[in-house]
Design a protein around this ligand. Structure first.
Ligand code: HPA
Length: 277
């Protein structure tokens, strides 16, 4: 990685002043539906994104974005985490680098692992709405990169094990120990904000995707470039277009997400307290 930008340097300084020089090893980026995890952070120190110069300004009306650092507990074990509530999506600006300053700041602070969560449409009958999927690999269907414009040989990032195999094995073991079903599959990134057509979903299925969504892939690329290991979890909020009689809408996916959130958050907690960085 090249020298931090002034905004990243200022952000790291602010993080160190507010939260200490010892960064948590794990950062958890909360996608749609996963918000309730933030309420489980104990002894939390909350820093609004607006106070961190390299963090994005998020759309007004929704959540303003906040970083919450503290402890998560589950089954007598605990883990210190940085929870990120709020993500800038590429569909907001057309640019894939909306979370670049966030990932660079976390890496420079000393975070080792980025745990990503999202909401996705399912391409598999065996993964109905509410099901959870461990991301084994992704398809960057948008073919956009947050690394465009960077220089240096390290921009040619090896993506052959983008989602850390060791962390995936730990996640599957934690899910099995908790008696929870954790599917495995390939996540395809589409730009959005419109949902897909049924023909697009048939195409993505032919290409090997199991779930489709509008996030995560840019941050995974940024994290791998910055030397962070990545773990990804998708919550199915709907069957993808053409695979059920339901009409697709944001309201509908959020309704399903709310119903599935408790189980999802329990699994995420069980998994996080068992992770080794
Ligand atoms: N398509 C794209 N993104 C999504 C979907 C979907 O069906 N559901 C939740 N996020």
């Amino acid at each position: 990685m090249s020298e931090p930008t002034p905004a990243v340097a200022a952000t790291v300084q602010a993080l160190q002043q507010r939260l200490g020089t010892q960064a948590p090893e794990f950062a958890v980026l909360l996608g749609s539906g996963w918000g309730p995890l933030a309420e489980r952070v104990q002894d939390a120190v909350t820093v609004p994104y607006a106070e961190l110069p390299a963090f994005p300004v998020l759309a007004v009306g929704g959540h303003a974005g906040a970083l919450k650092v503290g402890t998560l507990q589950h089954g007598g074990r605990n883990v210190r985490v940085a929870v990120l509530a709020g993500r800038k999506h590429a569909y907001e600006t057309g640019s894939a680098d909306g979370m670049k300053g966030v990932v660079h700041s976390l890496a420079a602070w000393g975070v080792k692992v980025l745990v990503q969560t999202n909401a996705a449409g399912s391409l598999e009958a065996a993964m109905p709405p509410g099901a959870l999927m461990l991301i084994e690999d992704h398809i960057n269907f948008v073919q956009a990169s947050p690394l465009v414009g960077l220089t240096g040989d390290d921009r040619f990032v090896d993506m052959s094990a983008a989602y850390c195999p060791a962390l995936r094995a730990q996640a599957l073991a934690a899910a099995a120990a908790a008696g929870a079903t954790l599917h495995r599959g390939v996540y395809a990134w589409v730009l959005g904000p419109q949902f897909e057509t049924p023909a697009e979903i048939r195409m993505l299925k032919l290409l090997g995707a199991h779930a489709v969504g509008m996030s995560t892939v840019p941050e995974t690329i940024l994290a791998r470039h910055a030397g962070l290991r990545v773990l990804g979890l998708s919550m199915m909020t709907n069957m993808a277009a053409g695979l059920s009689d339901e009409n697709l809408s944001h309201a509908h996916t959020m309704l399903t997400a709310r119903a599935a959130a408790d189980a999802a958050v329990e699994l995420l907690l069980a998994l996080l307290v068992d992770l080794k960085p």
